[in-house]
Design a protein around this ligand. Structure first.
Ligand code: FAD
Length: 317
């Protein structure tokens, strides 16, 4: 079922969902199942699976370092299919512009359709670590809105090189990213909202936000989005702080603010297990306020570990 249908069916009741990252290649999928198993008691209607960009790795060849492009966490669509089958839950593969040609994206979408996957998150992806700015891959898309348009074309039977009178048309529900504190590259929140509107106009059905720690920013973002003519569901993304390093890492990587109160509480902690507890308690309070405001879904970034998400969901659902 589509994410938007789940939201409609819930009739105003806030749903629980989460995002997982594929294991590093060479590791077992069992690791992933061990993290998903405990969360299934909260009946997530859908689970997102991220896609990693390819990165440069250096391998030694004849005593010299050779640079190769590789993807450290492949397998997004396979994992989506495996989870869908094992848990009977809808899955949402993240589809990236960066690192893929349009043809590769088309084949990936065809695979998703055959596997009964009805939702996709359409994302641009970040620049590679050695690049200052994002550069589209040769034959790929520059912006997520172009990817949204490609998916919508496919929904209409328009493939890249042919229009096919299809007997089994894809009908993907499309999610896109939104940024309550604006995307790092956007010159202003207002401009970024204009870009978000373009993605919705291109056919996006719902938005999932970047993590934020101040609910006021989410509420203001939702209002500004409505004022800008964006009327699709805007799902808040929640990330519980889990280690002290997050105080530097999260603002640096995602350009988000962490409230003083939370910083002070984390700084008081001697061990990361105490930080984890502070992160859980903060996320519970944050989620409670969002629940009271009637958000459609509370969507958690698990980043590979689910014990803290389980503790948060236990207090709420
Ligand atoms: P876009 O919507 O294309 O926007 C990128 C930037 O370009 C913005 O600053 C926007 O304002 C600007 N822009 C858009 N259109 C134009 C235009 N026509 N002219 C000029 N500027 C324009 N990354 C991963 O690698 N894998 C994942 O699985 C993943 N999952 C994510 C899930 C969520 C919920 C979120 C919020 C982010 C995720 N990301 C993921 C990160 C995302 O790929 C990055 O934030 C990326 O830098 C931007 O992606 P986007 O889809 O928002 O890009």
């Amino acid at each position: 079922m589509k994410v938007t249908e789940h939201i409609k069916k819930s009739e105003g009741k806030t749903l629980f969902s989460f995002e997982i990252i594929p294991p590093k290649k060479g590791n077992s999928i069992q690791e992933l199942y061990n993290n998903i198993d405990p969360l299934m008691e909260f009946k997530p209607p859908f689970i997102d699976v991220t896609t990693s960009r390819e990165e440069y790795v250096y391998v030694e060849k004849n005593g010299l370092l050779d640079r190769k492009v590789t993807r450290m966490r492949p397998g997004t669509v396979g994992i989506c299919a495996a989870i869908k089958h094992k848990y009977d839950v809808d899955t949402v593969p993240h589809v990236l512009c960066g690192g893929f040609t349009k043809e590769e994206t088309e084949y990936l979408l065809v695979d998703c359709h055959y596997l009964g996957i009805q939702n996709v998150m359409a994302l641009r992806g970040d620049a590679m670590s050695h690049q200052k700015y994002f550069e589209a891959s040769k034959g790929g898309h520059q912006y997520a809105k172009e990817l949204v348009a490609q998916i919508q074309n496919l929904n209409a039977g328009k493939y890249l090189h042919e229009v096919i009178e299809t007997t089994d048309c894809a009908d993907f529900c499309i999610g896109v990213a939104g940024y309550p504190e604006k995307h790092i590259e956007a010159p202003s929140l207002q401009t970024d909202l204009k870009r978000l509107k373009e993605k919705v106009d291109a056919g996006a059905d719902y938005v999932v936000t970047q993590m934020f720690f101040d609910n006021q920013k989410y509420f203001e973002f939702v209002k500004a989005a409505k004022d800008a003519g964006i009327h699709v569901p805007i799902i808040p993304g929640i990330k519980p702080i889990a280690i002290k390093k997050h105080l530097q890492l999260l603002p640096q990587v995602f350009k988000i603010d962490i409230p003083e109160y939370l910083i002070n509480e984390v700084e008081k902690c001697k061990h990361n297990k105490d930080v984890r507890q502070v992160g859980i308690e903060f996320a519970i309070q944050q989620s409670k306020e969002l629940l009271e405001a009637g958000v459609p879904v509370l969507h958690y970034y698990s980043m590979g570990k689910s014990d803290n998400i389980h503790a948060i969901a236990s207090a709420l659902f």
